[in-house]
Each structure stands twice: as C-alpha cells, then as structure tokens.
Design a protein around this ligand. Structure first.
Ligand SMILES: C[S@@+](CC[C@H](N)C(=O)[O-])C[C@H]1O[C@@H](n2cnc3c(N)ncnc32)[C@H](O)[C@@H]1O
Length: 185
C-alpha cells in the first residue's frame, strides 16, 4: 500500500517520466520475464524499475553468477532501491537509460542477453525514444531480447522497424491492461 501511495506521488510530480499511476502487477511481471532463458543469461539490464516489481522477480530467477544493471532516473525510486537492494549481482545506476552502452563498456561487460524496459516510451521525445531503442539493440548479444511493455499499440511500428522480429502479448491483469513487446535482435 505504501509503495502504491509513493508511486502515485511520483506520478503526480512528473507524469510523462513515470507514465503510470500504480506499479505493475505480478501478472505483468510474469509475462515480461517468461521468455528469458535464465539458465543461460549472464547479463540482464532493467530500464525504469520504479519500486522494483520486476527487479525482485528478476533477482529470484537469475543465476548466482549473473549480473543485473538497473537504470533509474527518478531520485526517490533510486534512493528506495539503493536502500533495500543489497545483492552482489546488481549495479544500480542513477542515470538515464540512454547511457546503457557506456556503462556496459565501463563495467567490462560485452553484451546483454536481455533488456527489460518499463520506460514510458510513448511519452518521450522522438530523439530520446529512438536513442534508447538503438542503444538497447546495440547492447544485446545475437539472439538477445528487448522486452518492453506499453499500454497501447501506438509504438508498434517504431519498435518493429528497429528489431528483426517482434512478438506482442497482452495481459488484461494489470492496471492499465498492458501489451508486452518481445523484440529479437
Ligand atoms: C511506468 S514506470 C515503471 C515502473 C516499474 N517498472 C513498474 O512496472 O511498476 C517507468 C519508470 O521509468 C523511469 N524512467 C523514466 N525515464 C527514464 C530514463 N530516461 N532512464 C531511466 N529510468 C527512467 C521512471 O522513473 C519510472 O520509474
């Protein structure tokens, strides 16, 4: 309940950046992560964790020797995650998702096996949205997946042109109901 109140507070302060009034449901978390091969994934990236609904599930599923890079730009969400996540697999980064490539290089990590994004791409200026899609694709290993949820099919065309293949799934069990785009490099 506290997390929901806190989320609404952040949304009211910056609607475009937060993009939703409440955190995602566990049903959406399941749909977002069900196509990742956790047995083989070495590096996973999460863009826009918010209160960490997907992060917690990722950490349950990831192998002990794998790495999770998390990008959160919002000060409140970043500080909350920094206070509660104490896991040697995690690099929590207080910076914009578009800087993903630089962080991977600086950490000596070559490519990511999956990029999980909750960013409200449909609210972003075209330049920023395109840059984030481009850097996400470049950061993926061959066969890697970019997984993004959206509340509409508005971004379908843009996302489809950036990746080799895109599959779209839907879950009504979220507020608002959401589309999950699984994009293949
Ligand atoms: C729709 S919320 C999703 C939060 C959470 N993953 C969930 O599903 O409940 C979008 C999140 O993206 C973050 N965000 C927005 N722009 C960002 C950027 N350029 N880089 C990193 N995070 C960003 C927001 O602060 C917010 O936490």
């Amino acid at each position: 309940m506290r997390q929901k109140k806190n989320f609404i507070g952040q949304f009211l302060q910056n609607k475009k950046m937060i993009g939703s009034m409440v955190p995602s449901s566990r049903f959406l978390a399941k749909k977002m992560l069900e196509n990742i091969n956790f047995k083989e994934a070495k590096v996973i990236v999460e863009l826009g964790p918010g209160t960490g609904v997907f992060t917690d599930r990722l950490l349950e599923l990831m192998r002990p020797e794998s790495t999770l890079l998390i990008f959160e730009l919002n000060d409140t969400f970043y500080n909350q995650l920094a206070n509660r996540i104490d896991d040697p697999r995690v690099h929590l980064i207080h910076d914009s998702a578009e800087c993903l490539g630089e962080y991977l290089t600086n950490l000596g990590l070559e490519k990511a096996d999956a990029v999980i994004s909750s960013l409200p791409l449909a609210n972003f200026p075209k330049l920023l949205r395109d840059k984030i899609l481009e850097v996400s694709k470049q950061s993926l290993s061959t066969g890697g997946k970019f997984i993004q949820f959206q509340y509409s099919l508005q971004s379908k065309k843009v996302i489809s042109t950036k990746f080799e293949g895109v599959k779209i799934a839907f879950t009504p069990l979220n507020f608002p109901p959401a589309f999950v785009y699984t994009c293949y490099k």
